[in-house]
Write a new protein. Structure first.
Length: 661
């Protein structure tokens, strides 16, 4: 009796699944090649092969989920000759489902550098405020930029259709009637064997002791978190986050011990009178430190010019900044709560959790409600985009200025200044920002979120060829936005409010790294934090000892103003805290764990155990794990402090206690 895929469905099914495995592997290879700059300095070919092998575990789970209907359809006891149309229906299901899966993998080849992780279901909520027309335009532009991936996607779909078995000719050659008994026997056995095998493959193991594998399981195969992008695949990441459970509140210690180690409640003791200075916060899209000349002189032997000549000059001539300054997230929607409300990003972006409906404070609420400040948030995108407008409102901003308000201002050219994808060009919108503040009652607290230094990485036609291009396409846009900031400050300096203003400049997150220093977990969070108060000679210098982060901005600003009321903030005063007590804590999405930086050490923590420790000041690429050789008392103290912060944040997030009542 001849066993072949044109006689028994089980062999045709195995053929079809093998095709999908091959396409997933090709997708992984394409992912590695398109993101080679993230791995080239630390990834050997032998290690790459081991990552590819580990990836088969996650591929198996994703492929079985994707093809569950196809597998069931092939193994049901139906004879091919009795219902030939049945397999045409299965063929369409197979091609459509697997095409979507490989498309998702190819899309992440482009999207991964911006998030540092494979895409999960949070992406749907993240872009839920974008209109269908705008999203269509964005996808169309990305298709043009990444045309080679579009062609590859088409080839994959063609292969799925072409290589599918059974073909019509196979059905015609199927078993004669006299062999039907063996046919049904093999179908029954195949179905009985396939069910437990599929369950085990989806779970990642076959014993009761094995929990279903999830995204964090990729860590056991990698040397550093960024490599999880090679091990994982996008369909798996999406499937594993389809039904997200509520955040788990850890029980590391008693509440009393936790509060003794850290408290987010700030009770000012400053006896100086409150100074009613204006506060202007500029959150710059994708302005990671790697783009600056100032911060990178040591890395490049003092010869690096960077792409931010204006901000470099501002730092040098009268501003305050820090060498060790970090973001609290990797997405725009994670930067805004950290910068404006001192709320970090742990596990999931605040925007995308039920806690986004909690009562929250921030600079706008504290200064607006308690000190009578005029408050306003500015973002040149379509009103409601990214959920910024809703968050601004929730945290006390009384006014919102978006693309709608810009278009209504007759001093400007409305949608003639629209970049065609995301928002009003930074140059025009920052001018609008400066002039609109001149019409506000002082004191005011405002914030602007820029947009031009973002994919699709274009500059206005009049500036094409004007700014330097770097290894990363966004760097030309960074240079354009830096020039827009120069023009903003030029206009602002002529306004009556300028010399009575504290400017805070930071980035929402980093962008695709170029230098190896910025490919590490710490490098992925390196953003500038700059304070500038015209005429205040005490607020200047380059602090190379303290460790600071975005959540420190709110308490620092309030302390600088001598704010005299209690408030809640998961940060510290960057100006008065001692270097020994300074620290930074962030959630590393690529490893599904925390990173705590204090003193000379960076501690990696998976939520239960410390997994690695690095002397980041001297080991900038985080290559030497000193967890077992460092002073263990220091490690215990750092771990307990970190656990205290995490526990209290989760408690307050889940119990709606993010403000003092």
């Amino acid at each position: 009796m001849k066993f072949s895929f044109n006689r028994y469905p089980i062999f045709a099914l195995l053929n079809n699944l093998l095709v999908v495995y091959v396409l997933f592997t090709i997708c992984r290879l394409v992912f590695l090649l398109t993101n080679w700059n993230l791995y080239t300095d630390t990834l050997s070919w032998s290690h790459a092969l081991s990552l590819f092998s580990a990836g088969l575990i996650f591929d198996t789970s994703a492929i079985l989920y994707t093809n569950a209907l196809v597998i069931l359809g092939f193994l049901l006891p139906l004879h091919w000759k009795e219902c030939p149309a049945y397999y045409q229906i299965i063929r369409w299901i197979y091609v459509i489902c697997n095409s979507v899966a490989v498309y998702a993998n190819l899309i992440d080849c482009v999207y991964f550098p911006f998030t540092g992780k494979r895409t999960t279901t949070t992406v749907f909520a993240e872009f839920s405020h974008e209109g269908a027309g705008n999203m269509t335009k964005i996808f169309a532009e990305q298709f043009l930029v990444n045309w080679y991936l579009v062609i590859l996607a088409g080839v994959f779909t063609w292969l799925l259709w072409k290589l599918f078995r059974p073909r019509p000719s196979d059905i015609r050659k199927s078993l004669p009637i006299r062999h039907l008994s063996s046919y049904y026997a093999i179908q029954a056995v195949s179905l009985a064997v396939a069910v437990p095998l599929c369950i085990g493959g989806m779970r990642g193991g076959f014993t009761h002791a094995v929990r279903p594998i999830t995204i964090s399981n990729a860590n056991q195969y990698v040397n550093r978190p960024a490599e999880t992008g090679i091990v994982l695949n996008t369909p798996f990441s999406i499937y594993r986050t389809l039904s997200k459970k509520p955040m788990v509140i850890p029980d590391y210690m008693s509440d009393q011990e936790a509060e003794a180690l850290f408290t987010p409640i700030h009770i000012p003791t400053d006896s100086l009178a409150f100074q009613s200075k204006n506060v202007v916060v500029l959150i710059l899209e994708s302005f990671g430190k790697q783009h600056f000349g100032f911060y990178n002189q040591t890395l490049h032997g003092g010869t690096y010019k960077g792409f931010t000549p204006f901000l470099d000059s501002l730092i040098t001539h009268g501003a305050m900044t820090w060498q060790y300054s970090y973001a609290n997230g990797r997405k725009s929607i994670e930067g805004m709560p950290s910068v404006l409300s001192a709320l970090p990003n742990f596990v999931e972006p605040l925007f995308l959790t039920p806690a986004s409906l909690n009562k929250m404070s921030g600079l706008a609420r504290e200064l607006g409600e308690q000190k009578g400040y005029t408050t306003a948030f500015f973002h040149g995108a379509q009103n409601g985009s990214m959920g910024f407008q809703a968050f601004a409102r929730a945290t006390g901003f009384a006014q919102y200025y978006g693309r709608t308000e810009y278009n209504a201002d007759k001093r400007f050219h409305g949608d003639d200044d629209y970049d065609g994808t995301w928002a009003i060009w930074d140059e025009e919108f920052l001018q609008y920002y400066a002039l609109t503040m001149s019409g506000m009652k002082q004191p005011f607290m405002t914030a602007v979120f820029t947009a031009s230094s973002h994919t699709p990485c274009i500059v206005p036609d009049r500036y094409k060829g004007v700014f330097p291009k770097g290894e990363n396409p966004v760097q030309e846009c960074v240079a354009y936005s830096d020039n827009a900031l120069r023009l903003f400050f030029e206009t602002a300096s002529k306004q009556p409010w300028f010399r009575n203003t504290l400017f805070v400049i930071t980035a929402d997150h980093t962008s695709g790294p170029v230098d190896p220093y910025y490919t590490t977990t710490l490098g992925n969070f390196c953003v500038p934090i700059i304070l500038y108060a015209p005429g205040d000679s005490t607020l200047c210098g380059y602090d190379q000892q303290r460790i600071v982060e975005q959540v420190d901005i709110m308490p620092t600003v309030l302390s600088y103003l001598h704010y005299d009321r209690p408030y809640l903030a998961f940060g510290k005063d960057m100006l008065s805290s001692s270097p020994e007590d300074s620290y930074a804590l962030h959630w590393v999405t690529s490893s599904n764990g925390y990173e705590f930086v204090k003193g000379n050490y960076a501690v990696e923590f998976d939520g239960q155990d410390v997994t690695a420790v690095y002397r980041y000041r001297t080991d900038s690429l985080l290559t030497h794990n000193v967890m077992k050789t460092m002073p263990q008392d220091t490690l215990r103290q750092m771990t307990r402090q970190m656990q205290s912060i995490i526990q209290q944040y989760m408690q307050r997030m889940n119990n709606d206690k993010l403000v003092i009542e």
